[in-house]
Design a binder for this molecule. Structure first.
Ligand code: MN
Length: 753
């Protein structure tokens, strides 16, 4: 057949180059021609002419005319992704807006909205030259985030970007070394997984191989050379394996071809690395593929008939049977895989699939669409759209929307976990199939069912057995979620989920809870301040933060709101503040704006768990002293805090965060003293303070830090004494003596109130 293509008129520096450009264009034109509908011939021709003129003066790093690049990108789009004329036109024009004065508007006027939108989408994805390669993970993640956020949800934009990347990788040799490394790394991190996820197996493989070639040239060449050296032997083996199969297939009337295919260099390298073995220890350097030509109705049955035939000849390994025909992978992959014992006792992987499945496996979704059109007319095939390309693009949209409030690292991590990884298939108790990304846990599943189910998830029953929230789902698990009204999400739940849906729901819940707690804390604080005649202000809040030794002013409100901090602490703060200000006033006459420095807490020896080296602080809500019954609590931001077992916050901590509690015991006797606060109440009389102080300092040889006896109210006094004791026995002796002072009614540790 002769093809007559009326060539567009273009100019170029040399006749030789002009001819080469036209030759390449003609090849492209021929490949896309079968897809032409009315007007497409002119569309492609005009796009080529425009691109050619636009890039007229430009050359690639290789020295070649720039127009080679858009032509090659379009060629890849047709040959390896099965895209049609619109995408070809867009591919030809993809660098025009980026590199010349032409605007998206110009493109739209000449080529229509569709082409313009695709070109615009491709242009918006930050090109390698815009992104500086960063050594540090978080700025590199920021680059990736920009790239991922720009990914349009028009699949053709992503396809053309991948074709663009593939051609840039093929011509990477012309780039300076640092650029090579940067582009190659991006490729392996983002583009190869993207290609894989979209079912573009051929492109994915080539990208991976090129990555290896440019990052570890020696390794790459070494494996390539060994593959060549062993090729004849391998082919002989493959032939020996195939011949009886092919004969049997022919005899039974199947239209099928059996081929042997080498694995990619990258996948061999990966295997060597993972299993830590040398090249000659890798036995599955190839796989056998049976490709069958059959009616669509008979696909599944015929593939299984062939499976039966293969296993008549070679003994199968029952653990290695994979049926992706009944449940295709979410990237569209369908195939039946088995591993059988071949000649010389070697395991050989056999892939059984139809012509249609093979094309989809190699060329992905676009090829899939081509068949889907036909498929719609055949009956009985239920397409689970959530798992197809539409579902993927939907998930991409969701990821973009959730981007706010996430760091770049979190975003890129989530993206990779959600959109690249393959998934596990699990069932609800009713037998509905759910697909989740690999690594998903029971908790992810709960959120997949419903936000409320997730928020109240206690655990799950997997195949009738109870498992914790963080159970990793496996293919085929039947999952029943156990819930409780008392349950609620905690920050560490974020560590046990992988889906974006679960993460954003947990974050939402925590954010809302935090807001509520802050509000509640503010209410408690306001009420308390009113009682003790203080006015709320930011500087007051900051003084409180300082006094309580917390990181942020909001922590004061949070701790009040969730009850970790007793409001009585505010009274103590007021007292302490007054004292410090008095002192300050005496010292520096009227300079009251300085924030008083709280007394330094002393580290005292406690053994935590089995370890006496761990850092800790004594909780300010209950101020433990030696001899108190204590426990350690691992806080989120403030390390380990030691609380008394009788601390008012203890029940809440133990009940809700039992897993954060650790054993703590006092180390054997040390020479040390602990600050305690005593509340003292009684009937006022002259000389009472003198009596109290005398007992404390003379009789008991105790250091008083401060003594503050409040206003007498109708003959009643109330006061607060801060002093140092060596342990609980010392304290109880002191309390006994104080209670015996005439007029004193009660002496209590303030922290117990
Ligand atoms: Mn390009």
């Amino acid at each position: 057949m002769t093809i007559s293509v009326k060539m567009p008129e273009i100019e170029y520096d040399t006749e030789e180059e002009r001819k080469e450009i036209l030759k390449r264009y003609r090849k492209l034109y021929r490949s896309v021609k079968p897809y032409f509908k009315e007007g497409d011939a002119n569309l492609v021709k005009d796009a080529f002419k425009t691109a050619s003129d636009a890039h007229r003066e430009m050359r690639r790093k290789t020295g070649e005319p720039y127009i080679y690049h858009p032509i090659e990108v379009a060629q890849i789009a047709v040959d390896e992704i099965s895209l049609g004329p619109t995408a070809v036109a867009a591919a030809l024009l993809h660098d025009v807006v980026e590199d010349t004065d032409a605007t998206v508007k110009d493109i739209e006027q000449q080529f229509g909205k569709k082409v313009a939108q695709i070109v615009d989408g491709v242009t918006k994805i930050p090109f390698e030259k815009e992104l500086e390669w960063a050594n540090n993970a978080s700025s590199q993640a920021e680059n990736f985030r920009k790239m991922l956020l720009a990914l349009s949800d028009d699949a053709r934009v992503i396809f053309i970007k991948l074709a663009d990347r593939l051609h840039n990788m093929r011509t990477l040799g012309a780039m300076p070394r640092p650029k090579q490394l940067k582009i190659a790394s991006e490729t392996i991190y983002i583009y190869a997984p993207l290609a894989h996820r979209l079912g573009l197996y051929k492109i994915k493989s080539e990208l991976e191989d090129l990555y290896l070639k440019y990052t570890q040239e020696e390794t790459y060449r070494d494996i390539a050379q060994k593959l060549r050296q062993t090729k004849a032997k391998r082919n002989k083996y493959i032939q020996e394996f195939i011949t009886p199969l092919q004969e049997a297939l022919d005899k039974q009337g199947f239209k099928a071809r059996v081929i042997g295919r080498s694995k990619s260099i990258y996948s061999i390298w990966n295997k060597m690395r993972r299993q830590n073995v040398t090249f000659d220890k890798i036995y599955d350097l190839f796989a056998i593929r049976v490709i069958l030509d059959t009616e669509e109705d008979a696909e599944k049955t015929d593939c299984w008939r062939i499976y039966s035939l293969v296993t008549d000849h070679y003994r199968p390994n029952p653990d290695r049977l994979r049926d992706w025909i009944s449940i295709p992978k979410s990237n569209g992959y369908e195939s039946l895989h088995t591993t059988v014992m071949g000649p010389e006792g070697r395991w050989v992987e056999v892939q059984i699939r139809t012509q249609r499945m093979d094309e989809i496996a190699e060329k992905g979704y676009a090829a899939h669409w081509k068949y889907k059109e036909r498929r719609k007319q055949t009956k009985g095939i239920v397409e689970d759209e959530k798992r197809g390309l539409d579902g993927w693009l939907q998930a991409l949209r969701e990821m973009r929307e959730q981007n706010e409030g996430q760091t770049a690292l979190e975003f890129v991590d989530d993206f990779r976990a959600n959109l690249f990884n393959e998934e596990v298939f699990v069932f609800t108790p009713k037998g509905d199939l759910k697909t989740l990304p690999k690594g998903a846990t029971a908790l992810d599943f709960a959120y997949e069912i419903h936000t409320e189910v997730g928020n109240s998830c206690l655990g799950a029953k997997i195949n009738q057995k109870i498992v914790p929230l963080n159970y990793n789902l496996k293919n085929g698990d039947q999952v029943e979620i156990l819930t409780s009204k008392k349950q609620k999400p905690a920050t560490d739940w974020l560590q046990i989920v992988v889906t974006g849906k679960a993460k954003s729901n947990i974050r939402d819940f925590i954010r809302k809870e935090r807001r509520d707690t802050l509000k509640e804390g503010r209410e408690i604080l306001d009420k308390k301040l009113k009682q003790i005649n203080l006015e709320f202000s930011d500087s007051l809040l900051n003084q409180l933060r300082n006094y309580l030794d917390l990181k942020h002013p909001s922590d004061v409100l949070l701790q009040l709101g969730n009850g970790y901090l007793s409001p009585s602490k505010i009274t103590k703060f007021r007292n302490w503040k007054q004292r410090s200000e008095d002192k300050e006033a005496r010292k520096t006459e009227g300079n009251s704006s300085t924030i008083p420095i709280p007394p330094k807490k002393e580290q005292e020896p406690i053994v935590i768990g089995e370890n006496s080296q761990l850092d800790y602080t004594l909780a300010t809500c209950c101020n433990p002293i030696r001899g108190d019954d204590i426990f350690g609590y691992i806080t989120i931001n403030n390390g380990i805090k030691i609380h008394r077992a009788t601390c008012p916050n203890a029940p809440a901590l133990l009940a809700n965060y039992g897993y954060r509690v650790i054993r703590a015991v006092w180390k054997s006797e040390q020479n040390e003293s602990f600050l305690v606060e005593l509340g003292i109440k009684g009937n006022d009389r002259i000389g009472l303070i003198q009596d109290v102080t005398r007992i404390i300092s003379n009789n008991m040889k105790v250091n008083i830090e401060s003594i503050n006896l409040g206003k007498a109210d109708e003959g009643i006094f109330e006061g607060c004494i801060r002093l140092y004791v060596s342990d609980v026995n010392h304290l109880s002796l002191l309390r006994n003596k104080l209670t015996k002072v005439e007029g004193v009614v009660s002496v209590d540790r303030l922290d117990e109130v």
